[in-house]
Design a binder for this molecule. Structure first.
Ligand SMILES: C[S@@+](CC[C@H](N)C(=O)[O-])C[C@H]1O[C@@H](n2cnc3c(N)ncnc32)[C@H](O)[C@@H]1O
Length: 248
C-alpha cells in the first residue's frame, strides 16, 4: 500500500480552509467560465451522471454550488456540503433556496446523513485535499443506496507526478502551490498520490469501478485559452471515475 508521508496534517487542513475562505467570492465569480472547470472538468464529469431527473444527489465539497445549479436545473434533488462556510453561503445564494447546503469536513463522518439515502454522491476536484480516502469512501458507501453511483473527478496521478517533479511516485505526498488565477495569489495545500491510492480506497470500501474518463477539453476551452487547450489535448490533467455501490 502507498506510504503516507505525514507532515503537519492538521496545519495543512487549516491552511486549505483558510485558502478557500479567502478565494471563495472570487472562485464563485469565475466558476461559470473558468476553463479548467467549465470546459474541462464539468462537461466530462457530468457525462457520468446520466439522467439526474428526480435523483437524490449528495454534492460533497460543493464549493459555490455550480454543479448543484446545473443538476437542480435538470430536476435533481441536491444536498451539498463544504468545509468552507463562505462557499456554503455562496452555494445557497446561487441556488436561491433550492437544495440543502451545510458546512462539513469531508474527512469526518457524515453523521447528519442516514444510511442508503442517495442515488448519487458527486465529489468534484476535492479529494486531493484528503490525505487518506478510506474513511471518506466508507461514508460515501454508507449514505448511497445499494447500486447507487459515486462520481468523482480528481487530479490525474500521472499528471501530478510530472507536475510536482516527484521522485517518490509510490508515496502520498503533501504539496503546496500558489494559485494566481484569483484576485490575489493564494497558497493551496494538497496531496499527490499514486494511481493505486486513487483506486484501492474505492474498491476496498464497497464499490466496483464502472467507468473512467481521461478527459479532453471541449471546444470552448480552445477559444478561452489555446495554449492550455493544446497541452490538455496531449496529456490529461484530471481523471473522472464512476463507481457503483455494491449490494449489501
Ligand atoms: C476546487 S473546489 C471544487 C468545488 C466544487 N466541487 C466544484 O467542482 O465546483 C474544492 C472545494 O473543496 C472544498 N474542500 C477542501 N477540503 C475539504 C474538506 N476536507 N471537506 C469539505 N470540503 C473541502 C473547498 O472548500 C472547495 O470548495
Amino acid at each position: 500500500m502507498p506510504r503516507i508521508i505525514r507532515v503537519g496534517t492538521t496545519m495543512s487542513k487549516e491552511k486549505i480552509l483558510e485558502a478557500y475562505e479567502e478565494m471563495a467570492d472570487s472562485y464563485d465569480a469565475k466558476i461559470d467560465h473558468k476553463p479548467h472547470n467549465a470546459y474541462y472538468d464539468r462537461p466530462n464529469t457530468l457525462k457520468l451522471i446520466t439522467d439526474p431527473k428526480g435523483k437524490s444527489i449528495l454534492d460533497a465539497a460543493c464549493g459555490p454550488g455550480k454543479y448543484a445549479e446545473i443538476l437542480i436545473a435538470q430536476g435533481a434533488l441536491i444536498t451539498g456540503f463544504d468545509m468552507s462556510p463562505r462557499m456554503v453561503e455562496l452555494a445557497k445564494r446561487r441556488n436561491k433556496g433550492a437544495g440543502d447546503f451545510f458546512v462539513h469536513d469531508l474527512s469526518e463522518p457524515l453523521t447528519a446523513l442516514k444510511d442508503a439515502t442517495y442515488d448519487t454522491v458527486l465529489c468534484a476536484l476535492a479529494l486531493h485535499y484528503i490525505e487518506d480516502w478510506n474513511a471518506t469512501m466508507r461514508e460515501f458507501c454508507r449514505v448511497l443506496k445499494p447500486g447507487g453511483h459515486l462520481v468523482i473527478s480528481i487530479e490525474h496521478p500521472f499528471f501530478e507526478y510530472n507536475y510536482w517533479k516527484s521522485t517518490r511516485y509510490f508515496d502520498v505526498e503533501p504539496e503546496n502551490c500558489t494559485w494566481k488565477g484569483f484576485d490575489k495569489p493564494i497558497e493551496v495545500h494538497n496531496f499527490r498520490r499514486p494511481l493505486e491510492a486513487c483506486i484501492m480506497p474505492i474498491v476496498s470500501n464497497g464499490f466496483y469501478i464502472d467507468s473512467i474518463i481521461e478527459p479532453k477539453p471541449v471546444e470552448e476551452y480552445k477559444l478561452a485559452d489555446p495554449e492550455n487547450y493544446k497541452k490538455l489535448m496531449e496529456f490529461p490533467a484530471f481523471m473522472c471515475i464512476r463507481a457503483i455501490r455494491k449490494p449489501n
